[in-house]
Write a protein that binds this ligand. Structure first.
Ligand SMILES: NC(=O)c1ccc[n+]([C@@H]2O[C@H](COP(=O)([O-])OP(=O)(O)OC[C@H]3O[C@@H](n4cnc5c(N)ncnc54)[C@H](OP(=O)(O)O)[C@@H]3O)[C@@H](O)[C@H]2O)c1
Length: 287
């Protein structure tokens, strides 16, 4: 029997790379991994013909413009990649009969909630990146109502650039560090999210809609940094600071905690504790 194809965009990014690792455990599928060279998301007109040529059964859309601060001055490009390209991928998947899993973010919310964010809570992005990702969600659903959207937050992995790797480096380089203590959320180990995506693809039923996923727990960036310090055994002093002492071009949401009830109930997803996943990632980094 012919193997079904899973197309993965953003192959060289954090999530795309973790799906690459995981793909070895799914020999029943043909994985096609693409990045800028094969499927440039800043040229959405090329997406339709490319996907029609690959004829995937599923597409995992991890490719995105993720430079949150730079997006404030590259608004057009952020919207082309995160919105127009997402819409084009959805339309092309519909035409090809492919099921689409599109990855989005807690940045579609304003971050002023006091309780874990549910999928139907009112959106209201506070920066360009968040606005471009929200538009991408809307175009994806409009062009392909069968789309599964997974909103995630605070993603890290042994691949690419992220908070965990930056902290480990800075703890070696600097005499002391300051880290924001008034933004809370739960981190997401990209390897765990990759597993959830494959779980959805291999599930008995496909239930379109928006789902929230991160690891379990509630911490600030400061607490995240302390945990990294403890696991790597660093002695670098770390002080908590408010966001006001760390100005950035793009505003960040103060509250990023996602309610995972829907993905647990619909797909039976088991959500790992954030610290256990952090330990796993750091152990893999040290290999
Ligand atoms: N990182 C987070 O904390 C976070 C939080 C919430 C949601 N998300 C979402 O999760 C998804 C995966 O994020 P990630 O952390 O894996 O991102 P990432 O590491 O930044 O990877 C993004 C990928 O997209 C590719 N890409 C960028 N511009 C492109 C273009 N013009 N054409 C084709 N490919 C392009 C990148 O290629 P190059 O490396 O060559 O540029 C890279 O492979 C994204 O949808 C992101 O919005 C991320």
């Amino acid at each position: 029997m012919e193997k079904k194809t899973i197309l993965v965009t953003g192959a060289g990014g954090q999530l795309g790379s973790e799906i690459g690792v995981l793909s070895k455990r799914y020999p029943q599928f043909d994985f096609v991994f693409v990045d800028k060279e094969e499927m440039p998301l800043d040229q959405p007109e090329k997406i339709g013909p490319f996907i029609a040529g690959v004829r995937p059964a599923w597409c995992i859309s991890c490719g995105a413009y993720t430079a949150v601060d730079k997006a404030e001055t590259e608004k057009d490009l952020a919207f082309i990649i995160n919105a127009d390209a997402a819409g084009a991928i959805a339309a092309a998947c519909k035409a090809a009969g492919a099921r689409l899993i599109h990855i989005s973010t807690d940045y579609v919310f304003p971050g002023d909630s006091a309780t874990p964010l549910k999928e139907d809570d009112p959106t209201g992005p506070i920066n360009v990146y968040g606005a471009s990702k929200l538009k991408g969600e809307q175009l994806a659903v409009q062009n392909n109502p069968e789309t599964v959207i997974i909103r995630t937050a605070w993603v890290y992995s042994e691949f690419g650039h992220n908070f965990v790797k930056t902290m480990i480096r800075l703890m070696k380089e600097k005499p002391s560090l300051t880290v924001i203590d008034d933004q809370v959320g739960s981190p997401t180990y990209a390897a765990d999210l990759a597993g959830v995506i494959l779980q959805i693809i291999t599930a008995a039923r496909w239930v379109p809609g928006i789902y929230h996923y991160s690891n379990e727990g509630r911490i600030s960036w400061y607490e995240f940094a302390l945990a990294i310090k403890e696991i790597v055994g660093s002695t670098c002093p770390i002080q908590p600071i408010p966001t006001s002492q760390y100005p950035t071009p793009a505003k960040r949401p103060h509250y990023s905690l996602l309610d995972k009830s829907r993905i647990k109930a619909t797909y039976g997803v088991r959500v790992s504790d954030w610290k256990e996943s952090l330990k796993t990632c750091i152990a893999r980094l040290s290999i």
